[in-house]
Design a protein around this ligand. Sequence first.
Ligand code: GCU
Length: 689
Amino acid sequence: SAENGLNGWLRYASLPDNLRHRSASVPPMIVALNTTETSPVYTAGKELQAGIKGILGRSVDISHDFPSSHNSESPCILVGTAAAYNAKYGSANLTSFTTDGFWLSVKGNNVLILGQNERGALYGAFEYLSMVAQGNFSDVNLLSNPDAPVRWVNQWDNLDGSIERGYAGPSIFFSNGAAVDDLTRVSQYARLLSSIRINAVIVNNVNANASFLTPANINGLGRIADAMRPYGVRLGISLNFASPQTLGGMNTFDPLDPTVDAWWDNKTDLLYQRIPDMAGYLVKANSEGQPGPLTYNRTLADGANMFARALKRHGNRDGNGGIVMFRAFVYNNHINETDWKADRANAAVDFFKHLDGQFEDNVVVQIKYGPIDFQVREPTSPLFANLFNTSTAIELQITQEYLGQQAHVVYLPPLWKTVLDFDLRVDSKPSLVRDIVSGQRFSRGLGGYAGVVNVGTNTTWLGSHMAMSNLYAYGRLAWDPALDPQKMLEEWTRLTFGFDRSVMDAVTKISMASWPAYENYTGNLGIQTLNDPLTHFGPNPAAQDNNGWGQWTRADRQGIGMDRTVSNGTGFAGQYPPEVAKVYENIDSTPDDLLLWFHHVNYTYHLRGSGETVIQHFYNAHYAGAETAQTFATQWESLRGKMDDERFNDILFKLKFQAGHSIVWRDAITGFYHNLSGIPDSTGRVGHH
Ligand code: GCU
């Protein structure tokens, strides 16, 4: 039934008998020390009760009163904040907690779950349930703190219910110009998000509509926030910079005009009246036609700071007030390819570097992982190495805009890790991206993660059961970016599909092979994804060049690639700190998988790794990638009967599509470059169908 999809990894499926032998240690009683019935600790009690019922078939009562003692004579699962616990027993050590952190102690038949705040307590409850669901009843003593405070998701939902780059049906939040009446799906989404420790959702499209700020829609947003609050998930919204003019009827939206300032203060006040714990704003300004401060010759920092000051007037319960997530995705989309030095990749550093230190302390600059746009392979955005007095967050995409739109299985954490683990060598010191966005490297108080998710009303949330591993792993990585992609996948697989060894093997093999395969049959050697430029789905190599968008390949009869060197190209390589710049400046030290990102070469250029020519590598990689994709459906076939038919068939259908579409990709790309270069495939495959 649809429940299999809706519950995602929170199915609480009955635990097989052979894994139950230690389950007697699960206590017969839950004590939830919540303040109100809408608080996350109350939710934690309910969730523990439902989970134990589902997993072990056992009914457990919930009490909201402190037991007189908390020891093995009166075993229970006690969940609450550390402060509440200490007020009664005075014994927990609180010093090592950070915001949203939790402590989980399982000792025989006593379970203690304490949060630094109520949200943390709920996270601890989910952690315990995850253990039980996986048949793990061992004693633990686990202190877990988040690596970064900002662990948000972005939804690109519009008021009319459509979703930009969403592949799972219309919005769960909005339809017909207003918040939907029945917010059940919103609560269910918040439940999934809190279990992976996501603490806020931006609910509307970055290409934002000013009408979100009408009184009726502010109330609608308030209802959405109410639905998510029991899960400790806060609401934030995207703003349209020109709202004072388009909605407010003013003749300006100049951020330094005091009447504009006052307009935003007033809107912010109205929002906080209805949503006292609002997370903040997300702003896409002066990008792809969106209005912004540059219209008035004001800086992007002037623009961001106007919102930051409005938000600062409202502290909130948690002590973390509203934040402005200000996007670094600012570039000119009308650049001219006849200029050898024009380069969209330079834009973020060009626009933001000189503003370092000028942002209010509640501004976080939100930076896409690569300099262009969510491509299958990009170098790390150099902006992470150019802001030292500004808080930053990394923007990742769970929605697979360029990566198969959920019609292809592409497990993304290995791609994300190439960026998060990348060492930018600022001042020749270790400078991993994950330590920069967490705030550790440059001692920033804020920072973290923004993931564009775009779930819809489809009962699988993302349009594909398999794609949910990406959402699961996104949340886990935002909490702890050192986690291993395969381990997260295995956890997700057990929680989603159960314990069958062959299911685990197939999901693991398919998922771990999927990103390299997709890169192979789409765009290799750092040339980007070669998608159709409008839909971003399917191949269109011919359309990459001679447009203003700047996702160019500079492919002609002789050669291919963007020369981004300082010595002879766009200068992009020079935006990195010297140690990294040197690697990319020199073609002999540039890794093969970014060769064409940084250098323009002849098709006959020999790769360092394989010794193959660039063109032969294209041919080989496309055939290899498509061949790997063919195996996915076959591997899946062998799982018939090992899970419910509905999920089995749904996934099989998609994998068969992927098998076919990978051949479409292979033939389109190899055929195109074969025609252009006139160089035959040494094995005779290309051009002979
Ligand atoms: C991409 C995407 C757009 C989106 C933009 C953004 O270009 O195709 O739909 O609006 O990114 O992130 O702002």
